[in-house]
Design a protein around this ligand. Structure first.
Ligand SMILES: Nc1ncnc2c1ncn2[C@@H]1O[C@H](COP(=O)(O)OP(=O)(O)OP(=O)(O)O)[C@@H](O)[C@H]1O
Length: 594
């Protein structure tokens, strides 16, 4: 024996209010949507029929109820039984069960959302010349249908909500006007709440006839302020015909976190679906907020999201194309503005460029980098010098930039956030570009060696300097390089610096921790280099003085000066060396004057 499922309406309402709809506010959207669909249905056979929707809030009805009147197609008695009293049954699907294109609704549950704020829903409806029908539904699942003596003067429907105790505030004029304005202000029908018309604004995606671009900018800027709370950096028109999408994107005037999911305002056939629709744009488009209208994309039953199907994917690609087009147009016609854009959004753009070639190309072409030959974009740098050569940290850049410039080695500072990940990836995204990292050790290799005679001459000095600087863990090197004004160069690469820090930490810790540090400090010890410059007159004097004590004081002094030039912190040992050298040299100088 077969039975029919029975539905516990209280359970269903609870499900809707707690798990489907994010807020009771949406009851206004669902009522509006039914009224719009009813007018649309009527106009299919009566194209000139009036299209009006009017809310009568609780203050005006005088009996605490809210009423909404429409001039739509209405329902016959049979339809009332079939459609209003059957959960999941909708007149907006075709014979095969597919949503009919011209309507907003399709699931046959929207009216139930009213039970979030109402205990009782009354529908008085008239379809054509059929008798007027009164349907009354209760939140406990009971309903009645009667044919009242009093007939409606015109076809159409009036829905009355009797508030749930404690939910009366949802039916007040202020709330209803706010919600009807939010969801319905762009509708192509007149919507009134009490005496006020809420459908007055020109939708942002429309262009008013004869509107100047300045006037349009002012209108859209005001819209962005009201809708999103910011004055946009720029406004981009959007269109994706495959999804019947029209809209505008507002470019954020301040940096945004690219990891935060971006939510947009989406209208379906000019009625607001939600202010929080995600996934409409490609993930890299973190720098805009959009308002769009779609005729083709499908909402989920909650209307808080769009179905993530292949159509949405196509739309996403098209809208991404719209944004790329804007960037390309700025690049071609207004590069200064593109740079202003990057000045705001470079961190986000760079974060995405770590994975996204498109964004990397944008960085390559437009973002100015600090280099030892002035500010240049990577494209300009590659054009001018052939190889994109960079240092992986700002510290290394500071140590090497002057000396490298003097050796005619142009160098980019890739020490800012994401740069050391972006530059090695450049050949993946840009054709014919060569990239090279320059380490301090590479730079030493490029500095001129002394000739054999010169080498032999400085050997004793090098040995002495090595002895003096041994406790600072420095390797002494002598080379000949420009600028000649620089007596000594301190070179330390990132790995060596880390190893040095770990070794110092190991030496200061107890046995247990020391063995742990050992795990990270294995391998041959890399040491920072102090490169004395044979081309510098003072350094050469120190190398050739026969006075060992003076030479040692000079070595300590030049070492600490090189540390300071490289902006390295002075360790206690280096500070002691500095004091010793400074005071020792002063004493010697004073002594000579006596
Ligand atoms: N104002 C109205 N005028 C005429 N018919 C209405 C009206 N409101 C509701 N209906 C009828 O009741 C049916 C059920 O409405 P309900 O809002 O529950 O679902 P829906 O609009 O079909 O779909 P969705 O759940 O997607 O909103 C509708 O399909 C429609 O036939």
């Amino acid at each position: 024996m077969s039975h029919t499922f029975r539905v516990d309406l209280r359970g269903v309402v609870d499900l809707l209010s707690h798990h489907l709809y994010a807020t009771p506010r949406v009851y206004v959207r669902e009522l509006l949507q039914n009224a719009v669909d009813a007018i649309t249905a009527r106009r299919l056979s009566e194209p000139r029929a009036d299209g009006g929707i009017r809310f009568e809030p609780a203050e005006r009805t005088g009996d605490r109820t809210l009423r909404i009147h429409d001039t739509g197609i209405g329902l016959t008695e049979n339809q009332v039984h079939e459609l209003l009293a059957t959960i999941g049954r909708s007149s907006k699907r075709d014979d095969l069960g597919f949503a009919r294109h011209e309507f907003l609704g399709q699931f046959g549950i929207g009216l139930l959302s009213c039970f979030m704020v109402a205990d009782e829903i009354r529908v008085v409806t008239r379809c054509g010349d059929h008798p007027t029908v009164l349907w009354t539904g209760h939140s406990d699942g009971r309903y009645t249908v009667v044919l009242p003596g009093e007939q409606r003067a015109e076809p159409g429907t009036t829905v009355t909500l009797v508030p749930r105790p404690g939910e009366e505030h949802w039916l007040t004029e202020r709330t209803v006007r706010e919600l009807a304005g939010l969801y319905g202000s762009m509708l192509p029908f007149t919507v009134r709440v009490g005496d006020a018309t809420v459908t007055t604004a020109l939708p942002p995606w429309e262009k008013a006839p004869g509107e100047t671009s300045a006037a349009r900018w002012a209108r859209l800027s005001a819209y962005a302020q009201e809708a999103f709370g910011f004055v946009p950096f720029d406004v981009i028109d959007l269109a994706a015909p495959e999804g019947g999408v029209r809209g505008v994107a507002f470019v954020l005037p301040a940096p945004a976190n690219p990891a935060v999911r971006v939510a947009h305002r989406v209208y379906l056939k000019q009625m607001l679906l939600s202010e929080g629709i995600e996934g409409l744009l490609p993930s890299w488009a973190f720098f805009v907020r959009c308002v769009v209208d779609t005729t083709e994309l499908r909402p989920t039953a909650s209307r808080e999201a769009l179905y993530d199907d292949s159509l949405l994917e196509e739309v996403r690609q098209s809208l991404g194309g719209n944004l790329r087009g804007w960037l390309a147009r700025l690049g071609a016609g207004d590069p200064r503005r593109l740079r202003d854009f990057l000045a705001i959004h470079h961190l986000g753009v760079k974060a995405l460029a770590v994975h996204d070639d498109e964004m990397l190309r944008l960085v390559h072409q437009w973002w100015p980098y600090e280099t030892n030959v002035g500010q240049l974009t990577l494209a300009e740098f590659a054009d001018r010098y052939g190889v994109v050569r960079y240092t992986a940290s700002a510290d290394e850049f500071r140590q090497m930039s002057t000396v490298a410039a003097a050796q005619r080695i142009p160098l980019i500072n890739a020490g800012y956030v994401y740069d050391d990940q972006l530059l090695p990836r450049l050949p993946d995204a840009v054709d014919d570009v060569a990239v090279e990292v320059l380490n301090p050790a590479d730079l030493t290799m490029r500095l001129d060696h002394l000739d054999p005679a010169g080498e032999a001459e400085v050997r004793p000095f090098r040995a002495l300097a090595q002895r003096v600087l041994e406790r600072h863990g420095v390797e002494v090197v002598v080379r000949s390089f420009d600028p000649a004004s620089l007596p000594a160069l301190y070179l330390l690469d990132g790995d060596t610096a880390l190893q040095g820090d770990l070794r110092r930490a190991r030496d200061d810790s107890d046995d247990l921790w020391a063995s742990l540090y050992d795990a990270f400090t294995s391998g041959p010890e890399q040491r920072p280099q102090l490169v004395f410059n044979h081309r510098n007159p003072l350094a050469r004097q120190a190398m050739s003085t026969g006075d060992e004590e003076l030479a040692a004081l000079a070595v300590e002094g030049l070492f600490t000066q090189a540390l300071l030039l490289a902006r390295q912190p002075l360790t206690p040992a280096a500070t002691a060396a500095f004091n010793q050298s400074f005071l020792g040299l002063l004493t010697r100088a004073m002594g000579q004057q006596k």
